[in-house]
Design a protein around this ligand. Structure first.
Ligand code: ADP
Length: 627
C-alpha cells in the first residue's frame, strides 16, 4: 500500500469527513474528468489516423448496481498509464484541485467544495472505497488503482478490453445524517446529470428500466419491464444554447465551476455573431481580481473551441491587454480544426473575432455604467487601472476607443461620474473640466488649491491614482472641453476686479516676495500672492510641463538619476495671519526669522500637497524654536 502525498492526504481527509450538504457534486467532478479524457482522445485523433480508425463513438456510461452498492462511471477516452495513474491520483493534480488548495486559506472550506472543481477525490464524500481501472489508448496494459480513503492506495495490473477509464464507487452505508443510498437511485442520478452535466458534449448513457406494453394491438395491455439505454444529457454546450434557455444565473454557475471562482461574475457577456465570421462567445467579468492579475505571470485569453471541440485553453489573440481580465469561451465552426498554434496567430477569422469581441465587451461595460453605477464602480475599483493603462499605452492609439469608459470621483456627486456627466453640470461661464490630484478623496477635499473652484461651486474631479494625471493629459479633452488642474494658473477663475487686487498686492509686497523666493531658492521658482486661496495661508502649484503629481510619480520609480521635478510656485494668502507675521518680521528687519517662517510655510505647503518632509527633525526643531 502506498501513501498519498501530504497535500492530497489533507484534501482527502476533508472529503472523507465532509459534512457538506452538497455531496452530490462528486458526480459532476467524475463526469467532467471523463469528458476531459474524451476530449483528449478526440483531439489526438484529429492528427492521428490510427487512433481515428480504431476509435469507438466517444461516450460516458453510468451503471448502478444496488446489490453491490456500486455506482460506476466509465469512459472510452485516453485512459492513463501506470505512471500517470500514480501521478494523477496519488498527488493533487495541477489544475482544479491545486487551485482549490491555493484558495483554501481564505474561505470557508465547505463553501469552496460546493463551488470549485475539487476533482477526483470528491468521490470519497460518498464512497468508502473507489477503484479506477484504466487502459491508455496506445497501450496493451491496463491497471487498477484502489483506495479505501486516507490510509493509502494500491496500483496493480488489471484486465480491460478497451481503452479508457472505469471508476467504481462503493457507496457509503446510510447513516442518521445522510441517506447515501440516494446515489444508487436511477432517477436521482439522472436528475444530477441534468442539473450539473447537461451540457457535456458527449452522450452520458444510462440503462433505464421502463415498463412497456408488450401486448399485440387491440388486446388487453400487458406491461413488461424492459431496460433501455438512454442518453440523459442534452449535449449542447452551454454557450451554444439559446439565451432564452440559459439565464445569467446558469451561466454564472457554469463560470464558477469552469473558472474556479467562488463568486458570481459582475457580468455575463454573450455573443451570437453571424456574418463575415460566425461564432458564439460566452464571457465573464470577474467580481474579484483573477489570481495573479496585475503580475507578469498572468495569462489572458479565451478558451477557443471549434464547433464544440477545444482547440486551445488560452487564446490570447482574442482579448486585447486592456480587457485581459475577461474570462470565457469563444466557439467558431469557421476555424479549421487541425489548425496549429502558430497558424492561429495569423488567422484572419481570429482577428475579426477579436475586433468584434472587444466592441461587445466595451458596449456591455457602457451598459453597466449607465444602468448600474454601483456595479460599475465595483468593476472600476478592480480593473479601472487596467483601462487607464490601456489609454496611455502604445502611444495612446487606443484612447479614443477606451476613453468612454473613464469615470472619476466627483466633488459634488460624491460618486464616480463620467466626464460627459461633468460637462452637463458645468456652470455658466465655466471653461474647463477641473481636476485635483491626491492620494485619496479626503486628502484632496482638504487641499487649499480646491478652494477657489469650490467657492465658485464648480465640480472637481478627484484623481487618486498615481498615473491619473497622465490619463487626462493623454486624452486632453472631452467634447472639446479641456481638462485643467486646480493647481494650474487658473486666471480664468478670477474677475477683473480680483485680478487687479492680486496684482496690486504683488506690487506692494514685491520686496517680501523676492526675499522669500531667494531664501527658498533651491526649492521654488518663485513666491507669489495667491489668487486661489480663500482660507488656507499657503499652497504649492507647479509651472511648466512637470506637474506635482508627475514629480511624485517619478520619485517612486526605482533609482534613476535626475528624476524630473516640478517647477514649484509658493502661493501665499495675503489675507492670512501667517502672511501678516511673515511681513512683520521682514519689515522690522528680522531677516533670519522671516526666512524661518518662509521655510515653515513652504514645508506646510509641501505636506498639504502630499510630499514628505525632507528633514523632519530640522523642521520640528524650527517650529519648536518659534514657540
Ligand atoms: P483535475 O481534473 O482538476 O485535474 P482530478 O483530481 O479530478 O483533478 O484529476 C486528476 C487527474 O487525473 C486529471 O487531471 C486527469 O489527468 C486524470 N484523470 C482523472 N479522471 C480521468 C479519466 N476518467 N480519464 C483519464 N484521466 C483521468
Amino acid at each position: 500500500m502506498k501513501s498519498f502525498k501530504a497535500e492530497s492526504k489533507r484534501l482527502m481527509e476533508l472529503m472523507v469527513n465532509s459534512i457538506y450538504t452538497n455531496k452530490e457534486i462528486f458526480l459532476r467532478e467524475i463526469i467532467s474528468n471523463a469528458s476531459d479524457a474524451l476530449d483528449k482522445l478526440h483531439f489526438l485523433s484529429l492528427t492521428d489516423e490510427k487512433i481515428r480508425d480504431s476509435m469507438k463513438p466517444l461516450a460516458i456510461r453510468i451503471y448502478i448496481d444496488k446489490s453491490s452498492r456500486t455506482l460506476t462511471v466509465e469512459d472510452n477516452g485516453v485512459g492513463m498509464s501506470e505512471k500517470e495513474l500514480e501521478e494523477n491520483l496519488g498527488t493533487i493534480a495541477k489544475s482544479g484541485s491545486f487551485k482549490f488548495k491555493e484558495e483554501l486559506g481564505e474561505k470557508d472550506k465547505s463553501d469552496i467544495i460546493g463551488q470549485f472543481g475539487v476533482g477526483f477525490y470528491s468521490a470519497f464524500m460518498v464512497s468508502d472505497s473507489v477503484s479506477v481501472t484504466t487502459k491508455k489508448y496506445d497501450s496493451e496494459n491496463a491497471f487498477v488503482w484502489e483506495s479505501k480513503g486516507v490510509a493509502g492506495y494500491t496500483v496493480k495490473p488489471a484486465e480491460k478490453d478497451t481503452c479508457g477509464t472505469k471508476i467504481v464507487m462503493h457507496i457509503k452505508p446510510d447513516c442518521d445524517d445522510f441517506n447515501y443510498s440516494e446515489f444508487l437511485e436511477t432517477y436521482n442520478i439522472k436528475r444530477l446529470i441534468k442539473k450539473y452535466s447537461d451540457y457535456i458534449r458527449y452522450p452520458i448513457k444510462m440503462d433505464i428500466e421502463k415498463s412497456v406494453n408488450t401486448a399485440p394491438d387491440g388486446e388487453e395491455p400487458k406491461y413488461t419491464a424492459v431496460t433501455e439505454t438512454e442518453t440523459v444529457n442534452s449535449m449542447v454546450p452551454i454557450w451554444q444554447r439559446n439565451k432564452k434557455e440559459v439565464d445569467d444565473k446558469a451561466c454564472a454557475q457554469y463560470y464558477k465551476e469552469k473558472f474556479f471562482d467562488y463568486e458570481d461574475p459582475l457580468a455575463v457577456i454573450r455573443i451570437d455573431a453571424e456574418g463575415t465570421v460566425c461564432y458564439k462567445a460566452m464571457m465573464f467579468i470577474p467580481s474579484r481580481l483573477p489570481q495573479g492579475y496585475y503580475t507578469k505571470a498572468y495569462e489572458k485569453g479565451l478558451q477557443l473551441y471549434s464547433a464544440g471541440v477545444l482547440i486551445t485553453e488560452k487564446c490570447e489573440q482574442l482579448l486585447p491587454d486592456y480587457f485581459g481580465f475577461v474570462k470565457g469561451i469563444a466557439d467558431s465552426a469557421d476555424l479549421s480544426l487541425n489548425i496549429s498554434r502558430e497558424m492561429l496567430q495569423h488567422d484572419r477569422q481570429l482577428s475579426l473575432m477579436e475586433k468584434n469581441i472587444e466592441k461587445k465587451i466595451k458596449s456591455e461595460l457602457i451598459k453597466m455604467r449607465d444602468n448600474d453605477r454601483d456595479k460599475y464602480s465595483a468593476f472600476w475599483k478592480l480593473f479601472g487601472a487596467q483601462i487607464k493603462v490601456g489609454i496611455c499605452s502604445d502611444f495612446g492609439i487606443h484612447k479614443d476607443f477606451l476613453q468612454d469608459l473613464l469615470v472619476f470621483y466627483s466633488s459634488s456627486q460624491k460618486a464616480l461620474v463620467t466626464p460627459e456627466e461633468y460637462i452637463s453640470r458645468m456652470k455658466d461661464g465655466q471653461k474647463y473640466i477641473y481636476y485635483a490630484c491626491g492620494s485619496n478623496t479626503e486628502q484632496i477635499d482638504s487641499l487649499p488649491q480646491t478652494e477657489l473652484c469650490k467657492e465658485k461651486d464648480y465640480e472637481i474631479l478627484y484623481l487618486t491614482q498615481e498615473f491619473d494625471e497622465f490619463v487626462v493629459q493623454t486624452i486632453s479633452k472631452v467634447n472639446d472641453i479641456e481638462f485643467r488642474s486646480v493647481t494650474a494658473d487658473n486666471s480664468e477663475l478670477q474677475t477683473e476686479e480680483e485680478k487687479d487686487k492680486t496684482k496690486k498686492l504683488e506690487e506692494e509686497n514685491k520686496d517680501l516676495l523676492d526675499f522669500v523666493t531667494s531664501s527658498l531658492k533651491d526649492k521654488i521658482v518663485k513666491a507669489v500672492i495667491s489668487d486661489k486661496l480663500k482660507t488656507h495661508p499657503v499652497c504649492i502649484s507647479a509651472d511648466g510641463q512637470i506637474t506635482l503629481e508627475a514629480e511624485k510619480y517619478f520619485s517612486m520609480l526605482p533609482d534613476t538619476e535626475n528624476k524630473p521635478k516640478a517647477q514649484k510656485i509658493l502661493e501665499l494668502n495675503a489675507d492670512s495671519n501667517a502672511f501678516e507675521a511673515l511681513k512683520r518680521e521682514f519689515k522690522s528687519g528680522n531677516k533670519e526669522k522671516a526666512a524661518e517662517l518662509a521655510e515653515i510655510l513652504y514645508q506646510n505647503a509641501m505636506l498639504i500637497a502630499g510630499f514628505p518632509i525632507e528633514d523632519p527633525v530640522g523642521y520640528c526643531d524650527m517650529v519648536c524654536k518659534l514657540m
